[in-house]
Design a protein around this ligand. Structure first.
Ligand SMILES: O=P(O)(O)OC[C@H]1O[C@@H](O)[C@H](O)[C@@H](O)[C@@H]1O
Length: 253
């Protein structure tokens, strides 16, 4: 059983959003699947389908257009980059990304978002401590998702994909967005914790030398997250609330 984490000893706790606080990683997954499979069938009928394995290997946790580019590269497809203003019909990296974004926003508007109860329990617990909380998400939609979940006011800073673009910060797996959020909250990486469900995000936390990287296993796999640099892996954030009796697996850094 893992030694409990002394959360009060850290200055800042930095949360990924999709798949860590809200179950929206699944909405992203389905929207990517729908878009890529329609595109592949149209471009080369009979091509092997895009699968969840592709999502975890090439898309998960990355900024929108990086995900498009990296998946297409895995199928030896190179498209012109285009620009973020490209309409979804255009066959460019940005056009395809925007196609997927429309599907994502349709589901969001239709179904709304409810946070993971265990994540809310952990946020409630942290609110009793003197620690500062931030969200670091590759998604441009992060503030919308947080607002829909009723959690926007729980965080002092939200470093979304839009903030990263404004600040010229490279996305995950580069550590820059986490380091930037830490700085905003007055914490160096050695004083901050990263919580992530995506391999690219865990790698970012590891590369930034954060005090602790917590992997949240929502499908990427315990061993994969550990190999990417997670010092502790849980399957739900409720496991991080002291006195919770289902033990977290892995070793604290
Ligand atoms: O919502 P956006 O800006 O298109 O960002 C998409 C990405 O946002 C990330 O938060 C998710 O982890 C990715 O899986 C997703 O693809």
């Amino acid at each position: 059983m893992t030694r409990p984490v002394a959360w009060e000893t850290f200055t800042a706790i930095l949360f990924d959003l999709d798949g860590v606080i809200t179950p929206t990683a699944v909405v992203h997954m389905r929207a990517w699947e729908e878009m890529f499979n329609a595109y592949l069938q149209e471009k080369s009928p009979g091509a092997p389908a895009y699968t969840d394995q592709d999502y975890f290997a090439y898309v998960d946790g990355k900024p929108r257009y990086d995900g498009v580019r990296d998946f297409l590269a895995s199928r030896d497809i190179t498209l012109p980059e285009g620009t973020p203003a490209d309409p979804p019909e255009l066959e460019t990296v940005c056009g395809l990304g925007n196609r997927k974004n429309n599907a994502f926003n349709m589901v969001l508007a239709r179904d709304g978002v409810e946070a993971y109860p265990g994540s809310v329990a952990f946020l409630d617990y942290l609110a009793t401590l003197d620690v500062r909380l931030g969200v670091v998400s590759s998604s441009v939609n992060a503030p919308t998702v947080l607002k829909a979940a009723g959690l926007l006011d729980r965080f002092e800073t939200v470093v979304s994909g839009a903030v990263a673009d404004e600040q010229g910060l490279p996305g995950k797996p580069a550590p820059d967005t986490f380091v930037y959020a830490g700085k905003v909250l007055g914490a160096t990486p050695s004083e901050a914790v990263v919580l992530e469900d995506a391999v690219s995000g865990v790698r970012a936390g590891k590369a930034g030398d954060f005090a602790l990287v917590v992997g949240v296993d929502r499908g990427a796999g315990h061993d994969t997250l550990t190999a990417a640099g997670a010092g502790l892996v849980v399957s739900d954030l409720a496991e991080l609330v002291p006195d919770h009796h289902s033990p977290a697996r892995g070793a604290q850094q």
